[in-house]
Design a protein around this ligand. Structure first.
Ligand code: AMP
Length: 295
């Protein structure tokens, strides 16, 4: 039977007990409304470790839009049942005040100026950092607290939120014994990346949303046929997203091993060893995010 703990202090005790028994611990942080993408991370954590735990907390610090926070799906009882079926041993949650007894500290983190932010992690700059002000700082702030609760562990994050994986890797360097494992993006047969936000779209919007993955595939095809000009690859993606129902926020190319807020120079004279195409778009007011490795 899965242990469901509503309190981070009790979760910390549970994790300490596992360590005292020399159990390796796999950990999957989530905001709930679980789907097969989350569960693939949980199953990987179960496979790789003696015990696995997850957290469910809709973190207000990482929402920069009040409606988005209010509309975010919350399905706690169903989530607990899904976690149990995936073999997860413990799930915990908490309140913002429990994670941040000194709430002012959380808010100070969110209002840090650009340069201070970049000192936390260079991956906070550009794309998600630029289009969702304070989002990645909110992620940093809560994941730091979640890691303190769980302690040394293998923590699993999805590649779908690629920039977030870079930020949490930088955060993990500040902890002893936390290793980040990145799991592949789980998709619908249409190619659409699974997301808790997909529930907010109707059938017609879900069909349109499949164009996002088509755009990423087109970028990959262009790259594999030898195109190395970032602007050209970006325009290939934009062409696939030409649809009145899609509001593109960004399409971009980045060097995944050397993150920069700007598009890297890449052409025949300056070939990139690796590249990743990333995009964000709104469909019916729902913000969708996806990316693909080009090489
Ligand atoms: P969230 O609940 O949206 O904060 O997501 C929790 C974790 O699940 C994050 O590490 C996400 O990157 C990951 N995740 C979300 N969607 C997917 C997906 N389609 N495939 C794999 N992992 C995912």
């Amino acid at each position: 039977m899965i242990e469901s703990l509503p309190d981070p202090n009790r979760a910390a005790q549970w994790c300490a007990q596992q360590r005292a028994r020399n159990h390796s611990l796999g950990y999957v942080p989530t905001m709930g409304a679980l789907h097969r993408g989350h569960l693939s991370l949980v199953e990987q954590a179960v496979r790789d470790n003696d015990v696995a735990c997850a957290s469910i907390f809709v973190n207000p610090l990482q929402f920069n839009n009040r409606d988005d926070l209010q509309n975010y799906p919350r399905t706690m009882q169903q989530d607990i049942a899904l976690l149990q079926r995936s073999g997860c041993h413990m799930v915990y949650s908490g309140t913002l005040a429990q994670f941040f007894p000194e709430v002012a500290e959380a808010h100070a983190l969110l209002t840090q100026k650009d340069r201070a932010r970049a000192r936390l992690s260079a991956a906070m700059r550009g794309l998600e950092g630029a289009f969702r002000p304070r989002h990645l700082q909110g992620v940093w702030a809560i994941v730091e607290r979640l890691f303190r609760v769980v302690g040394p562990c293998q923590a699993y994050f999805g590649e779908k939120d690629f920039q977030q994986t870079l930020v949490v890797k930088d955060l993990a360097k500040r902890f002893d014994g936390i290793k980040i494992v990145v799991g592949e993006t789980i998709r619908e047969p249409s190619g659409l990346a699974l997301s808790s936000r997909n529930q907010q779209m109707n059938a017609a919007q879900l069909r349109v949303a499949a164009k996002l993955y088509a755009a990423l595939r087109a970028a990959k095809q262009a790259w594999q046929s030898g195109v190395r000009n970032a602007a050209e690859i970006e325009s290939v993606m934009r062409a696939c997203l030409q649809d009145a129902r899609i509001e593109v926020e960004y399409v971009a190319l980045r060097d995944p091993t050397n993150w920069s807020e700007h598009t890297p120079q890449c052409d025949a004279q300056h070939p990139l060893p690796q590249a990743r195409a990333l995009l964000a778009a709104y469909i019916g007011g729902v913000r969708l995010l996806d990316n693909i490795s080009l090489d």
